[in-house]
Design a binder for this molecule. Structure first.
Ligand code: ASP
Length: 439
């Protein structure tokens, strides 16, 4: 049994947190590959090392004096090193970083140093080998992960290295310079390492005991999700549940490796399992609820629309021409609704309307705004009678007017559109009917 363990910034924010991480790794022999983030916030209002480094980059590009900023960053690491009682110094590393930032600063290089330095400390603390992702993780010309080359080089390297620390968040760009993933990208590194080493489990350690069935800012103490499938997770995160970095799913999913989200501060909690498929029945009919405000809809009507071949394509090309993403598309017999994100679209609104008229000659186009979408997701829904009925009667009792309904034939989720002002009330009503009444 082999595991990759990725630790987020709050799990590595100071020496006290490092000790917890050390204990977790030592408690299980199979935790052989460790992917650390940079030190995160120690308390609310604190600044993440990654952000301090990005600020250092800004100072460098404006020709300012980097010393004070870099001293502050170094103090974060020095506290960790001395708190762990390590005989180890990052003095030379800091000299190199300062020099590079003065001579040829790049944003990605600056941002990546948080993980790089934390990796060096972690490797020293655990006695594991240090692998610099610069040598094993590659990006292509478009700035995306070069999966083929990475898999080849990284697996060969891991095969020879039974235990290693591989810092998260960066690798080597096509131009030979350090390149990072987008923010939160250490999740992606963890996944890439897990896939390359073909481990049994990818453990992703953070500061919560897994995912919750609903947003805790709306529902007080929501119940945790024990097991979720990749597809369910995708639906929920698409609808705003902020969980793992999106790109962290694909590498492990394609190899059938499960992800276990765990809490560094409560390692005994089981956390959430993210799996390809499972026979475990969810405790509640639904797995999760998520949603977002701020959508608009275009209602397009045309008599006999349904018998006109290519009508939908013509309408959709109006959006494509204007480079607008489509979120949902419920349709009726002579009507079709296209739901888009308000921010993306406001300035292009009239251009799209005229393009729809030019391309598809509809009878009318009406725009409606201020819509919130709520996704009720659950692999258990398709085999349960009355799920939709329960959702809609709960909403009716809560006096929420449903403006739109969309359910795909996968029956994995039901999307409900309500007015922005009804968003929280609607989520509470759905949570109550599926969870509170079942407790
Ligand atoms: N340290 C980086 C960030 O703050 C990457 C990560 O933690 O995943 O976004």
């Amino acid at each position: 049994m082999k595991k990759v363990v990725k630790f987020g910034g709050s799990s590595l924010a100071d020496s006290g947190q490092f000790r917890k991480v050390g204990a977790i790794i030592r408690a299980d022999e199979s935790r052989v590959y460790v992917v650390p983030s940079a030190p995160g916030k120690r308390f609310s209002g604190d600044i993440k090392v990654t952000d301090m480094l990005i600020e250092a980059y800004r100072i460098a590009t404006e020709g300012g004096d980097l010393n004070a900023q870099m001293e502050e960053i170094k103090a974060r690491y020095d506290e960790i090193i001395s708190g762990l009682g390590l005989d180890f110094s990052l003095d030379d590393e800091f000299k190199t970083i300062i020099k590079t930032l003065e001579d040829e600063p790049t944003l990605d290089y600056a941002a990546s140093r948080g993980e790089y330095l934390n990796g060096l400390v972690m490797a020293n603390y655990l006695g594991y080998e240090f692998i610099d992702p610069y040598d094993v993780i590659f990006f292509n010309e478009e700035g995306n992960l070069n999966s083929y080359k990475t898999a080849k080089v990284l697996s060969a390297r891991l095969e020879k290295t039974p235990k290693a620390v591989i810092p998260g968040f960066y690798g080597q760009g096509k131009d030979g310079k350090v390149k990072t993933f987008t923010r939160g990208g250490s999740d992606v590194t963890g996944s890439v390492v897990a896939a390359a080493a073909r481990v049994d489990v990818y453990e992703n350690w953070t500061d919560v005991s897994g995912f919750l069935l609903a947003d805790p800012r709306i529902i007080r103490n929501p119940v945790p999700i024990n097991t979720i499938t990749y597809r369910e997770l995708r639906e929920l995160s698409y609808m705003g549940a902020s969980v793992l970095h999106e790109d962290a799913i694909f590498p492990v999913r394609s190899k059938g490796i499960p992800i276990n989200i765990k809490n560094t501060n409560r390692p005994e909690d089981e956390g959430t399992w993210i799996v390809e498929s499972t026979a475990r029945k969810p405790k509640y009919t639904i797995t999760g609820i998520a949603g977002k405000k701020g959508f608009c809809s275009y209602l397009i009507t045309k008599a006999m629309m349904n018998s006109e071949v290519g009508f939908c394509r013509k309408v959709l090309s109006a959006f494509e021409e204007n480079n607008i993403n489509i979120e949902h598309m419920p349709s009726g017999i002579d009507t079709m609704t296209v739901v888009v994100h308000e921010d993306e679209f406001l300035e292009k609104e009239q251009k799209v309307v005229s393009a729809i008229h030019r391309l598809s000659q509809p009878d009318t186009v009406e725009i409606d705004s201020g819509i919130a979408l709520i996704a009720v997701v659950g692999r258990g829904m398709k085999s349960q009678r009355g799920t939709a009925a329960r959702i809609f009667s709960a909403l009716a009792h809560a006096r929420v007017n449903v403006r739109m309904i969309d359910q795909g034939s996968s029956e994995l989720n039901i999307i409900i559109g309500v007015a922005n002002e009804d968003f929280e009330t609607a989520i509470k009503a759905i949570y109550d009917i599926f969870v509170i009444t079942q407790l």
